[in-house]
Design a protein around this ligand. Sequence first.
Ligand code: ADP
Length: 545
Amino acid sequence: MLGYVCKYTPAAILDGFSAEHRRISPTAQDFSGADGFAHANLCSFAKSVMESGMHGEFDELVLTDCCDSMRRAYDVLRQYGNFKFIYLLSLPHCVNACSKELFAQELRKFTKAYADYSGKAFDWQLAAKTLSENTEPPAQSAPYISLLGARTSDNFADFVHSLSDLPVQNDTCGGQAPVCLSAMPNSEEEFYALYADALLSGVSCMRMTDVASRRRFTENPHLRGIVYHTVKFCDYYPYEYAALLKSDIPTVRVETDLTLGSEGQLKTRLEAFFETMGEKKMHENINTDGKYFAGVDSGSTSTNAVILDANRKIVGSAIVPTGTRVAQSAERALTEAMLTAGIQKEDIARTVSTGYGRSGIGAGDRAVTEITCHAKGAHFLNPEVRTVIDIGGQDSKVIRLNADGSVRNFQMNDKCAAGTGRFLENMARVLEMTVADMGARQLSVRENLKISNMCTVFAESEVVSLIAENKRIDDILDALYAAVCSKVNSLLTRAGREGKYMMTGGVAQNRGLVQKLENTLGETVYVYPEAQICGALGAALLASE
Ligand code: ADP
């Protein structure tokens, strides 16, 4: 079986050889193979191609020399892969009469190489016939979401689709329209010319010099929003994303490294995006006899529950550790909150669940992301707040609010723990204190120290070095808080700044950090006693609506 990755690969030529072929959908368990041959910061797409090449079911491979990373993947796989046939197709980067002629020659060279290797004859008429069977699909004529940007795995495209009520059109190069010839060729030479023309005349990928044809993706009047995919360490697509932000099409960026991890975080990001657009799958149950409303926030560290009465007054709440069993912790939090409210399960009209474990707990009649819920809760506590900084156990988020408390936009950290509660928990352990001691400490700072690395592992060794240099604990904590604030600052830069600010999540209990944040922003950061239950409060408010 022959595998290929790029949409410019002349797959019809392989049909002309009656060769079995399939486009690789690269996903990797991890990069343990590729990292042995390539720099850790090499584009994750190229690394996932290397992984697929090393472990995959293909014994023949065709790559294109579209960028340095793919050339590197070819070099590695040619030397260390186990291929009977491996070929690097030269791809022009511009589209004009000369480049089409050049590409036609490349197609001829490729045909000869495959014929020499396989010993088979090339049937150009068969190749042309398979192309003639392709038809351009009709343009979307009803509301839809576009999945745009860098190539994704098929799994990811399915994943986006599963979260949206609107149809999702895959406009990455993995899902674009099939190649069609403009006329039927009369000779093999003409076949190469027409095929080169057809391959290069489709919508350009971002590696091409002129990408104006990509405007087609955003001009359909039925387009309701864009999920923009970028690949870690690939430089090409963030430019297009930055340009899209200037348009008024709702757009969310999701970056993956094409491994299978961090699905939870991506799910939150996508669901929150569909919620802000009003395009989200909802499944509701209502107990018409109930007079109370419950919200359960199943976080990575704590599970919180809030009960509201019919006047939207908090009558019960609870915070319990999440532990390893999210469903049980949710039940416990809800039971404890009902106990403080003095009510029974039958008294609850509706429950909304939120947080990292929102879909895994049976407690909710409806699941809503913590982004929407924190916004709702914060607006309830202080309607003048326009920016919520939510730092929990494993996420840090900046949520911008509209005047009515709905989400204007949001930014969240990527999958590493830098700048989150977990980062502070690790540092507290190294400093031999609890997070509660750390958070209650009134700092007296004498020396301006710097933690230069935000990676939890490296920052930990920096803290160990500072301890060894007999630096004062308060000065070390101040440096750690400065590092967290710089992370928040970069989220604020991306989301946009607007006061008033409120901090939510467990880390809001850390007074030294809040103070540092106020100094960094030059503004008051409001923290309410309900900071840690703000998500559950927002969920309960949604239940009451
Ligand atoms: P999640 O929503 O992910 O479960 P939380 O909002 O409960 O997370 O926040 C957990 C984080 O809050 C912990 O990682 C810790 O850093 C911080 N935290 C918890 N309790 C305190 C406290 N008493 N003082 C300061 N920080 C705290």
